[in-house]
Design a protein around this ligand. Structure first.
Ligand code: FMN
Length: 410
């Protein structure tokens, strides 16, 4: 269960104090926990406690612009492997049963494509009320999972059912839920060809610092990689885009992580594993300045400085040989000569499944432009596509990858 992501919704119940312990128990077992706190929940526990224990920012508001810019509510609801509500108040269950979406928690519950595990917690009269029991029956029918409530002494002084399951019982239920299918098929929509799959895409250039104001860069715009991330999301995948410095906007429906250097890019990619497909479309700098300076280099009598370059980590090769290697690893080869020969060599050397090769000589206008002419190089041969808009290259590539996944691998 290492590395699985839990989105924990903490509702406004007296048992919210137990959710602090739940976060600890989950993290001890290697889960990453992102917390959403309802307004009522914040009357019982503080966002500070939850942020400290989860190690992540706590989300509280639907209409929070900064949070929306970094991660909108749709991504938030889908980025997790499982959504857990603890405590699940009578109110949250009622809202979920009726499809309300008037705050962050209820909106996430309506928008998510993941299983939801609820740990109800309320006074026994509230729990036994026909309204609550009707809502629970409705939610079970919709596929919501439940743990507890148990019988016991309540904070309100009464005794009976309604007591929230203990944190370790909830952890066991989380592990059981994750062992099953954690994505809810939409009954009314045809799932996209990448539905249920996790895709990591890298895009853009990297910037390698020379000193605080200067850096080594390249002409990659990020247009192709961003288009691929968008196309994969449109095909139903849950997409993480790790982007170097670009001016193109973050694609909608994609969790975008911004980085600058090759080493940061590798770190973000590894932190985003496991995934089913990796597409390395970024133009990662091969070299960086070995000893980037803390102060700005000065023009001096000693003449121009020598930049001692050292090799950057090879992100594609690292992912292709990783213990958590995605089933499909796709690299890009930007070449200015012998495009196909170099791509074939790269395919073998880096142990990836597919190379998308393109000629980036200045005359082609590919770098920064809106069109691309690519060759798909795999063990089974070379396929050359006509010059196409980058968005169409992305869609065709995603369709190819979906077909390969369907065939059971590369
Ligand atoms: C002291 C106190 C304790 C409460 N405990 C619970 C509880 O254990 N379970 C519950 O369902 N509601 C409880 N409530 C009521 C909820 O806080 C209230 O319904 C709130 O609107 C729930 O909001 P939420 O579902 O958005 O978190 C309690 C209210 C107060 C004032």
């Amino acid at each position: 269960m290492m590395g699985k992501r839990i989105l924990l919704i903490v509702g406004g119940g007296i048992a919210a104090y137990k959710s602090l312990d739940l976060v600890r128990r989950l993290r001890e077992r290697g889960f990453s926990v992102r917390v959403v706190l309802t307004e009522a929940g914040s009357q019982f526990v503080t966002p500070l406690s939850l942020a400290s224990l989860s190690g992540q920012e706590v989300h509280q508001e639907l209409f929070s612009l900064t949070a929306e810019a970094r991660m909108g509510h749709i991504e938030l609801s889908r980025d997790a492997d499982l959504v857990v509500i603890a405590p699940a108040t009578a109110d949250l269950l009622a809202k979920a049963a009726h499809g309300h979406a008037n705050d962050l928690a209820s909106t996430l519950l309506l928008a998510t494509d993941k299983r939801v595990l609820a740990a109800p917690s309320m006074n026994l009269r509230m729990w036994l009320h026909p309204a609550t029991q009707r809502n629970v029956a409705t939610l079970r029918g919709d596929g919501m999972l439940f743990v507890g409530p148990g019988d016991g002494a309540m904070a309100c002084g009464e005794y009976g059912p309604g007591r929230m399951a203990e944190p370790l019982e909830i952890v066991a239920a989380v592990e059981a839920a994750l062992a099953g299918d954690t994505t809810i098929p939409l009954p009314f929509a045809k799932p996209g060809p990448l539905a249920g799959l996790r895709v990591i895409v890298t895009s853009g250039p990297t910037h390698e610092p020379i000193d605080p104001v200067r850096y080594i860069a390249n002409r990659s715009s990020g247009k192709q990689g961003h288009a691929i991330a968008q196309a994969a999301a449109a095909a139903g995948a849950s997409v993480v885009l790790v982007s170097g410095p670009v001016t193109v906007p973050d694609p909608a429906g994609v969790n975008t992580i911004h980085v600058e250097t090759a080493r940061q890019m590798l770190e973000a990619v590894e932190a985003s594993l496991p995934a089913d497909i990796f597409i390395g479309a970024a133009a990662v700098a091969d070299w960086r300045v070995g000893a980037a300076l803390a102060e700005k280099l000065k023009k001096g009598a000693s003449g121009p400085p020598t930049l001692g370059l050292v090799e950057n980590p090879d992100i594609l090769a690292t992912v292709a040989s990783h213990a958590q290697r995605p089933r499909l690893v796709v690299g890009f080869a930007a070449e200015t000569e012998k495009v196909i020969d170099h791509a074939q060599a790269k395919l073998a050397r880096k142990k990836c499944d597919l190379i998308v090769a393109n000629d980036v000589s200045p005359a082609t206008g590919v770098m920064g432009g809106d069109a691309n002419t690519v060759h798909l190089v795999s063990k089974s041969g070379v396929e050359t596509w006509p010059t196409l808009p980058k968005a169409e290259v992305a869609q065709r590539l995603v369709a190819q990858l979906a077909a390969r996944m369907g065939e059971g691998g590369a």
